[in-house]
Design a protein around this ligand. Structure first.
Ligand code: GLV
Length: 311
C-alpha cells in the first residue's frame, strides 16, 4: 500500500475525485486527508496551500506533489521539508486549457467584446471599426510548458510573438529575450503582454508602475501567472490614466478577490476567479502515478522542482 496525504484547501474538496482516480490507476494507492492522524505515515503528499508545519511532521515522506502547475504556495510554509523531492503538475490538457483562456480574453478584447456586450444590454446595434491585428506584437513572459503552447497558438493566428525566458527554448520558433535588458525590450516593443511566469523572489512585483510606463500607450495586459507578479494599484492607475487600455486577470494578490477591491469597479478589467486552467484529476493522475512508481524504484520523477530557482 502507498499512503498518500491529500490537501487541496478547497471549499468543495476534490478528495473523492482524486481518491477515485488514484485507486483506479493503482488499487495500492490510498488517499487520506493530510490533517488526519493516519496521514502521519504517508510517503507521498499531494497538496495545495497546505497548513504550515504539517508536512514536516510526516517522517516517512518521500515525495511532495503540487496539486497545480505552480509551486509558490509550498514555500509559504516556513517549515517546508528541505530535502524531499518536489514535483509540479505538467499536464498538456491544462496547458491547452490555459492557452484557450488566453486566446478567449485576447480575441474578445481585440474584437471589442466588452463594447458589444454593453450595447446589447442597451439594445443598440452600433459598430466600431475592426482593428487590424495581423502581425500584432504580443509578448509572453514565461515560455515553458504552458507559454510555449500559448506562443504556438498565437503564432497560428498570425500574431508576432516574442517570449521572455530564463534560457533559450530551442523548440520554439519565436524571438526570445532574456534578463533585465530583454525584459525592458519586451515591454517597449509589444502591444499585448501576457504574464505566465512562475512566482519566485525574482519575479514578484515585476509588473509595477515602471513596467507599465515602459509599455506603449494602449497596451493590454493579461495575467494568468500569479497576483503577486503585479503591483495592483499601479496597474489600476495605469488603466485609469488610459495609458494601458485594459487587462484580463485570472489571478490576484488576495483570492477570493475581496468585494471591496477597486478592480471590480473598473470596466476595462476583465476579472476571472482563477479558472484559466483548473487541475483535473482525470488527466493529471497518470503523472502522479508515474512519479510515485519512479520514487518507489529509486528514480527521480519528471517535472522536478529546482529549489534554487524556486520552480
Ligand atoms: C494554478 O494556478 C496552478 O498553478 O496550476
Amino acid at each position: 500500500m502507498t499512503l498518500i496525504a491529500f490537501y487541496d484547501g478547497a471549499e468543495n474538496t476534490t478528495f473523492n475525485k482524486w481518491h477515485h482516480c488514484l485507486q483506479a490507476a493503482d488499487p495500492e494507492f490510498t488517499l487520506v486527508p493530510l490533517m488526519d492522524k493516519q496521514a502521519d505515515k504517508a510517503e507521498i503528499a499531494l497538496v495545495w496551500n497546505m497548513p504550515a508545519g504539517r508536512l514536516a511532521e510526516l517522517k516517512q515522506l518521500k515525495l511532495i506533489c503540487s496539486l497545480g502547475q505552480g509551486v509558490d504556495h509550498l514555500w509559504k510554509d516556513s517549515q517546508f521539508p528541505p530535502s524531499i523531492p518536489v514535483i509540479r503538475l505538467v499536464d498538456p490538457n491544462m496547458s491547452h486549457a490555459l492557452s484557450q483562456w488566453v486566446l478567449a480574453v485576447l480575441l474578445d478584447y481585440l474584437r471589442d467584446g466588452p463594447f458589444y456586450r454593453t450595447n446589447q444590454l442597451k439594445r443598440e446595434f452600433n459598430k466600431v471599426p475592426q482593428r487590424d491585428t495581423t502581425g500584432l506584437n504580443v509578448a509572453i513572459y514565461g515560455i515553458g510548458a504552458i507559454g510555449s503552447v500559448v506562443a504556438q497558438n498565437l503564432q497560428s493566428l498570425q500574431f508576432t510573438v516574442q517570449g521572455w525566458a530564463h534560457s533559450h527554448k530551442d523548440k520554439l520558433s519565436i524571438k526570445q529575450a532574456y534578463g533585465e535588458s530583454g525584459f525592458q525590450e519586451m515591454l517597449a516593443g509589444n502591444l499585448v503582454h501576457i504574464c505566465l511566469l512562475p512566482l519566485t523572489s525574482k519575479t514578484r512585483g515585476v509588473f509595477s508602475r515602471a513596467a507599465f510606463e515602459q509599455m506603449p500607450k494602449g497596451a493590454y495586459f493579461i495575467n494568468a501567472g500569479r497576483g503577486d507578479h503585479v503591483v495592483e494599484q499601479d496597474l489600476l492607475a495605469s488603466i485609469k490614466a488610459s495609458h494601458l487600455s485594459g487587462a484580463a486577470l485570472d489571478v490576484f494578490r488576495q483570492e477570493p478577490l475581496p468585494a471591496s477591491h477597486p478592480f471590480w469597479e473598473e470596466q476595462r478589467i476583465s476579472i476571472w476567479p482563477h479558472v484559466a486552467a483548473q487541475t483535473s484529476p482525470d488527466t493529471a493522475t497518470a503523472q502522479i502515478q508515474q512519479a510515485i512508481y519512479d520514487i518507489n524504484s529509486g528514480n527521480m520523477p519528471k517535472n522536478l522542482v529546482d529549489r534554487t530557482r524556486e520552480y
